[in-house]
Design a binder for this molecule. Structure first.
Ligand code: FES
Length: 169
C-alpha cells in the first residue's frame, strides 16, 4: 500500500501542476506531459505525488506512462538540462544559452551526451517568466541565466557526478 504524500511534502512544482489540471477531465496526460517537460522524464516519486494530489489511482497513471512511448520513466541523462524557450526567455537570450550549452557539451537540443551525463532540451514556458531566461537542471530552476554562467553550471554538475562516484572532483 502506497502512503499518500501530504501536500506540504510535495514539491511546489508538482503541486502547481496538480492544481492546474486537477479539475479538468481527461487532463492526466497534460499533467504528465508538463512534468516530463520539466524533468526530461517522469520521476516515479513525482508520478506518485501527482496521483495522490489529482486523486487518480496509481494503476491509471502507470497505464498511461507505459502505453505512450513518448513518456520516459528514467532520466535520459544524469542531468537533464532544460532551456525555457517561451516568449520571455526567448527574448532574453534562450537561443544564446542553448548555443553556449551545445558548445560546452557538444550536443544539440533533444540529444544526450555519449557518457549519459547530460541531456539537453528546449521546453515551453516554465511559469517563472520573471526570472527569464530560465534554465533548469533536473527540475531545479536557475533564473537570470547568462551564457557566461553556463560553464560554471555544467562544472557543478560534473563535480556532483564525480563526488557521487567517489572520484576526486
Ligand atoms: S517564458 Fe520562460 S519561464 Fe516563462
Amino acid at each position: 500500500m502506497i502512503a499518500s504524500p501530504l501536500e506540504q511534502d510535495v514539491p511546489e512544482d508538482i503541486q502547481r501542476t496538480a492544481k492546474r489540471w486537477r479539475k479538468k477531465p481527461g487532463s492526466l496526460i497534460q499533467a504528465l506531459h508538463e512534468i516530463q517537460g520539466r524533468y526530461g522524464y517522469v520521476p516515479r516519486e513525482a508520478a506518485l505525488q501527482l496521483g495522490a494530489l489529482m486523486d487518480v489511482p496509481m494503476a491509471r497513471i502507470f497505464e498511461v506512462l507505459t502505453f505512450y512511448n513518448y513518456f520516459k520513466m528514467t532520466p535520459p541523462g544524469r542531468f537533464t538540462i532544460s532551456v525555457c524557450t517561451g516568449t520571455a526567455c526567448h527574448l532574453k537570450g534562450a537561443p544564446e544559452l542553448i548555443a553556449a550549452i551545445s558548445a560546452e557539451i557538444g550536443i544539440g537540443e533533444g540529444e544526450s551526451t555519449d557518457d549519459g551525463l547530460f541531456h539537453l532540451q528546449g521546453v515551453r514556458c516554465l511559469g517563472c517568466c520573471g526570472l527569464a531566461p530560465v534554465v533548469t537542471v533536473n527540475g531545479q530552476v536557475h533564473g537570470k541565466m547568462t551564457a557566461e554562467k553556463i560553464p560554471a553550471l555544467l562544472a557543478q554538475c560534473r563535480n556532483e557526478a564525480a563526488a557521487e562516484e567517489g572520484a576526486p572532483a
